[in-house]
Design a protein around this ligand. Structure first.
Ligand SMILES: [Zn+2]
Length: 316
């Protein structure tokens, strides 16, 4: 098994590189010159979703113990939003969702004096993200949901191999989850990029027989070696036979029509919905489901205009 050295980035807090042992002069190299393949494992881009940080600890424990089965060159462990993690919130009170601004489009429109913490963080992480050969981004949800994978464009086959029951794709065309996400820096160069929603906080995933189950932390730890194995960069024993996931293509989003809008009853992720079925109301107007579909990430507490529901269709 290869041995690894662990290098916290001296300039970028929250970034640790696990580098396959090689020449000592590699220690000082910038990310783009570290031995490849360079695989990013992103965690806590949202500060209240700590499951990926536990996966980082798991990788570091194995690297220290000499039992890390990674056969690539460098693992790049990124703790995305340090300040929001410290505060226990999705993003800082005066800031912005870090996982929507990583294309740096704000640099054209927002004077630097008005940048929040996340704008500075997005710019600082940008060169690192643009140098990755593959990326896995670990999230969790506040509402109950089964774990599911979000395959960025070109990564459906890799996402099918992560052991989660549901794989979704088509987000770029049909939703607000597009070029602003951190992993788009990887997928837009044609490299494998998958995000995983590792389940809801404080609950056990209870689907009928998913290969990967447990708390979000346990799901995150189970997904990492499967992702690396799917890339051909993991030499540990293969997981036992897993049934293929169900695949969904994102069709459209429903934006919150008024501040008072609430679901008629709590919706669950992956619940089947029928065209015409009443979804919610603000006391005056009732919203009905426009198509037969599957519900993704229902959340009626989002700000006005933001998606409270993603609609998806079964896909091959
Ligand atoms: Zn998240």
């Amino acid at each position: 098994m290869p041995t690894f050295r662990i290098h916290p980035d001296p300039d970028l807090p929250g970034v640790v590189r696990v580098v396959r042992a090689g020449r000592p002069e590699q220690d000082a190299l910038p990310t783009a010159e570290l031995p490849g393949p360079r695989v990013g494992v992103l965690a806590a881009l949202h500060g209240d979703e700590p499951c990926g940080l536990r996966a980082h600890e798991w990788l570091l424990e194995h690297a220290r113990a000499g039992t890390l089965a990674f056969t690539g060159g460098t693992l790049v462990l990124v703790h995305g939003n340090l300040e929001a993690t410290r505060l226990g919130v999705r993003y800082t009170p005066d800031g912005y969702d870090l996982n929507r601004i990583c294309d740096l489009a704000f640099m054209e429109t927002l004077p630097e004096a008005e940048w929040g913490y996340e704008h500075h963080r997005a710019r600082a992480l940008h060169p690192l993200l643009c140098a990755l050969d593959a990326g896995l981004d670990l999230h969790s949800a506040h509402a109950p949901t089964e774990p599911f994978a979000i395959a960025l464009e070109g990564s459906l086959e890799v996402a099918r191999q992560l052991g989660v029951d549901w794989v979704t794709h088509g987000w770029e065309e049909a939703s607000d989850v597009g070029s602003g996400v951190a992993l788009a820096r990887v997928s837009e160069r044609g490299r494998p990029a998958v995000a995983v929603e590792c389940g809801g906080h404080g609950e056990l995933a209870q689907a009928e027989g998913p290969a990967v189950r447990g708390t979000p932390e346990q799901v995150a730890i189970a997904v990492v070696p499967r992702f690396l194995r799917a890339l051909g960069l993991w030499e540990g024993p293969a997981p036992s036979a897993e049934r293929p996931p169900r695949v969904l293509r994102v069709h459209s989003i429903l934006g919150k029509p008024s501040r008072a809008f609430r679901f008629l009853r709590p919706l669950r992720g992956f619940e089947r919905l029928e065209a015409g079925q009443p979804l919610g109301s603000d006391g005056e107007r009732e919203v009905r489901c426009p198509i037969d579909c599957v519900a993704l990430m229902p959340n009626d507490e989002v700000p006005l205009g933001k998606p409270y529901l993603y609609l998806a269709l079964e896909s091959a």
